[in-house]
Design a protein around this ligand. Structure first.
Ligand code: ASP
Length: 436
């Protein structure tokens, strides 16, 4: 029988109305036996996420500021949901215990994790599912690194005894017994760990969008949804800033070839996006277009560069010493450029130029700001001639000056650098050329 793990993000469990929706989703699909939940997220635009409120409580405690009112807001939120859903679980003991621990200098991770803990308890009761605490199954080492194999075993072992369970996302426990959280958005990772451990057929990740879109809807009008994309293609897109899913959620399920299905709690009839281990054959040539503004290109020219041993290594070493992460290194015969995010380079032009001149003795070093990078991604492009030509022609037709081109050796993406001011027009032009 098919087995699914379903993770519901903050907006999907933000209040009683949303939790009723997830109940319908779960009830409609008996394959969903394990449910991972976030803390309640925003109910409307200006609302606060419970996790943010909890972090704020900790800050108040640290600065000896009155925190009681803030804590009461959190208690009231859970109490209102419990009341509206008509659940019988009594969270008052938990509220007291958490408050007591907070007064006794509980760690920031413990406090931040309580949103998931309380929400999972409440939802488990509402669903009639068992509550399984992540602190007992998600294991970190003392330095805070996830122990993936121990976690996998602990989850598998624990869930053998629970046919249906609701599990809080976002946290686990270190060997010393203290709670440790993942980085923000980390409930996605918990869901992936559970999916791997129970060897699920699908990991459903329910959120408030119907999967990934081929381009940013703020730039392209009504972009088409991506029905299926491989992990590798998604990495290329998320790397450029199109993130719906926590990046670390990909690894556990990818290793076991478990597909992730991104679904919309508010539109359960939409199929969403399936993320698969292998790219589909015969699918769309282009899966998506994503980009970011504000990169800087450091362009170096040196006669006979190509015959000089170790030039690129020394150049990369300069950036490493300056603690500047490199995004790309497009090169010509006697030219090479280093592309890095402007925020690392700002106000450091002289330092960078001086280091390059001292160590590499180039003929010239030029620094250009205001560059946007746009990645056009799709495994299908390696099988098809003319993709780059089509892309470049689309940009030329719009009079867009291309400052850099880079194609990964996997031929899964083409990255172009254009001026910041041309960013939107360039994305629209590429989208129109391939999709419309
Ligand atoms: N509640 C946590 C956050 O807001 C974790 C999560 O929702 O995934 O980041």
């Amino acid at each position: 029988m098919t087995l699914k793990v379903a993770k519901f993000g903050g907006s999907s469990v933000a209040d009683a109305i949303q939790i009723e929706k997830i109940r319908h989703i779960i009830d409609a699909d008996e394959a969903i036996r394990y449910v991972v939940v976030s803390a309640p997220g925003k109910r409307f635009d200006k609302d606060s996420k419970v996790t943010d409120l909890l972090y704020s409580v900790k800050t108040h405690l640290e600065y000896d500021l009155p925190y009681e009112q803030l804590w009461q807001v959190i208690v009231d939120r859970f109490s209102a949901v419990a009341h509206n859903l008509g659940v019988t679980v009594d969270l008052s003991k938990d509220f007291d215990e958490i408050l007591e621990n907070m007064k006794n200098d509980a760690s920031i991770d413990y406090i931040a994790s309580r949103g998931e803990y309380l929400n999972a308890k409440l939802i488990a009761d509402y669903m009639g599912y068992d509550f399984v605490d992540s602190a007992d199954i998600v294991i970190f080492d003392q330095r805070g690194k996830l122990k993936a194999e121990d976690t996998n075993q602990a989850i598998a072992e624990m869930l053998k005894a629970h046919d249906h369970a609701v599990i809080p996302g976002f946290y686990g426990k270190k060997a010393d017994g203290l709670v440790k959280t993942f980085s923000r958005g980390g409930s996605d990772i918990t869901g992936a760990l559970v999916a791997r451990a129970v060897n699920a057929d699908v990991y459903e990740n329910w959120t408030d969008v119907s999967g990934f879109l081929m381009a940013d809807p703020r730039i392209v009008k009504d972009p088409k949804p991506i029905s299926s994309i491989s992990y590798m293609e998604l990495r290329e897109l998320s790397y450029m800033g199109a993130s719906v899913l926590h990046e670390d959620a990909i690894y556990p399920v990818r290793a076991s070839s478990i597909p992730i299905n991104i679904r919309n709690t508010n539109r359960p009839e939409d199929p969403g996006t399936i993320i698969t281990a292998e790219p589909e054959s015969g699918g769309d040539v282009i899966k998506g277009i994503a980009g970011s503004k504000d990169f800087t290109v450091v362009a170096i020219y040196k006669n006979q560069m190509s015959t000089e041993r170790g030039f690129i290594r020394r150049l990369a070493g300069i950036f490493e010493d300056l603690d500047i992460p490199i995004e790309h290194i497009p090169s010509g015969v006697d030219t090479v450029s280093v592309v890095a995010a402007t925020r690392y380079i700002e106000n450091r032009s002289e330092e960078i130029t001086a280091a390059i001149e001292a160590q590499l003795h180039p003929d010239s070093v030029e620094i250009h700001d205001d560059i946007a990078l746009i990645a056009t991604v799709g495994c299908g492009m390696s099988m098809q001639a003319g993709v780059a030509a089509k892309l470049l022609t689309a940009l030329a037709k719009k009079d867009i000056n291309i400052r850099m081109i880079d194609q990964g050796s996997s031929e899964m993406n083409i990255i172009v650098g254009v001026e910041n001011k041309d960013f939107n027009t360039a994305i629209e032009a590429i989208y129109d050329a391939f999709v419309s």
